[in-house]
Design a binder for this molecule. Structure first.
Ligand SMILES: Nc1nc2c(c(=O)[nH]1)N[C@H]1C(S)=C(S)[C@@H](COP(=O)(O)OP(=O)(O)OC[C@H]3O[C@@H](n4cnc5c(N)ncnc54)[C@H](O)[C@@H]3O)O[C@H]1N2
Ligand code: MOO
Length: 411
């Protein structure tokens, strides 16, 4: 007998992503210093030439490079110094044939200069006379106007998560403020009469709440706001009331535990009670994580995650995380996958995705993925793992040495 009408993991993902795509969370403007980790709500276009003036990248002399072509230690090029460029100021100097101007690192090149000779490759004979002992080619030791970016260059695309690396280019182009999507707010509820808070000493039969802490930490690490609604006992009325509260205040909600088919598993009933569309999925052909629930309370997606902590984490990773990223406006999602060889035979049941935890070990210039076995109630198997390997439903296992892709959990 099977209590669930299971869909494949791929079908479940399609269903969840289709609902996530219709979310509209709105945008806000934040100062550049607060923009890292946020998702751009509009393309950030370069509004000027970067740099806006041709600059020297060394201390030396701005020259017309052709004047130095034959220069060498034995027969230096003889140039006339017509002046000095001041730092941070425009220069009116114009180089004629055979002329040079002293320029500091970062200083503006005079008109007609197309390269800079480093100080150490020159000799100043007197105020006006310069010997150049090494030739320079056009563009040497300088940056042309617009060489970094030109007007209209897309610096950050709409839907791109702004990385710390992107902040520099936005600063260079004068983005004191950036338009970003509002931070996604996600509610987290733990259920179960046996669950007590981390601060409590569990009595026999009780366990500490792992899931709401882990899930909230994962949400925060992704840049979302996690709201923990605490622990709800196996009581339908309380669950329904807390779920209604969370759905009214959040963009999405995760309920852990109570997803199976036991007499005390009220999550399905509570979602259904809060109005349409209600429960859209109960059961996925995946191990672990089979008793997963997905429903919509109005426009708010609700995920019922299995209570076993490893199952909850894996379903978060495989199903919830991509959906939240779409809701948050992220267009390009980067899952870091590392190619590796599986270190030993692993059996799996055809007809369902099996997701195994692995640790990555470097050996002879490549990575080997070593399975971390253990029941999905054993949270320590998670701390030992670096990533996950998905064994597809059409397979009956993996052979030692077989090539796999490890979806990184830590990076
Ligand atoms: N007859 C069947 N029973 C079960 C099936 C099934 O197909 N038929 N599926 C099993 C699978 S697979 C899983 S996974 C669990 C999921 O059940 P629930 O989502 O209803 O989870 P609970 O029963 O509430 O809890 C399971 C387990 O995890 C512990 N737990 C729950 N929440 C937390 C938490 N926040 N922190 C730490 N540990 C937690 C809980 O104490 C239980 O030990 O159902 C199987 N049963
Ligand atoms: O599939 Mo459950 O989710 O075994 O642990």
């Amino acid at each position: 007998m099977d209590f669930f009408n299971c869909q494949t993991l791929a079908e479940a993902r399609r269903l969840v992503l289709a609902h996530a795509a219709s979310a509209d969370i709105g945008s806000e403007t934040v100062g550049l210093a607060a923009a890292a980790g946020r998702i751009a709500a509009a393309d950030c276009l370069c509004r000027e030439e970067l740099p806006s003036f041709p600059r020297s990248t060394v201390d030396g002399y701005a020259v017309r490079s052709a004047d130095t072509f034959a220069a060498g230690e034995g027969i230096p090029a003889l140039l006339t110094v017509i002046g000095e460029v001041a730092m941070g100021q425009t220069t009116a100097l114009v180089l004629g044939p055979g002329q040079a101007a002293a320029v500091p690192t970062g200083g503006m090149l005079p008109s007609n200069a197309d390269a800079v000779v480093m100080l150490e490759h020159t000799e100043r004979v007197d105020d006006r006379t310069l010997l150049v002992t090494k030739p320079v080619a056009p563009g040497d030791n300088s940056i042309a106007r617009g060489e970094d970016a030109t007007t209209g260059t897309v610096l950050v695309r709409q839907g791109q998560k702004i990385a710390p690396l992107d902040i520099g280019v936005l600063a260079a182009c004068g983005f004191a403020e950036v338009s970003v999507y509002r931070r996604l707010k996600v509610g987290v509820l733990s259920t179960g009469d046996e669950i007590v808070d981390v601060s409590a000493l569990p009595q026999p039969g009780q366990v500490r709440d792992i899931n709401s802490y882990t899930l909230a930490a994962l949400l925060e690490a992704s840049g979302y706001t996690a709201i923990r609604y605490g622990i709800i006992g196996d009581n339908y009325a309380s669950l329904r009331q807390k779920l209604a509260e969370a759905a009214a205040a959040c963009d999405a909600v995760m309920v852990s535990g109570g997803s199976s088919v036991g007499a005390r598993d009220y999550t399905v009933k509570a979602i259904e009670a809060l109005g349409g569309p209600g429960v859209l999925l109960h059961g996925i052909a995946v191990k672990p994580g089979k008793p997963t629930i997905f429903g919509m309370v109005g426009a708010v997606p609700v995920f019922g995650l299995p209570g076993h902590p490893v199952s909850a984490l894996i379903i978060y990773h495989q199903l919830v995380r991509p959906a939240l990223a779409v809701m948050a406006g992220e267009k390009v999602q980067r899952v870091f996958r590392v190619p590796a060889k599986i270190s030993r035979n692993v059996a799996s049941a055809p007809g369902r995705d099996e997701i195994i935890r692995v640790r990555l070990l470097p050996k002879d210039g490549e990575y080997w993925a070593e399975p971390v076995f253990g029941k999905s109630g054993l949270i320590c198997t998670m701390t030992e793992a670096d990533g996950l390997v998905v064994i597809a439903p059409e397979k009956s296992g993996l052979y030692a040495g077989e090539q796999v892709e490890v979806e990184m959990l830590r990076c």
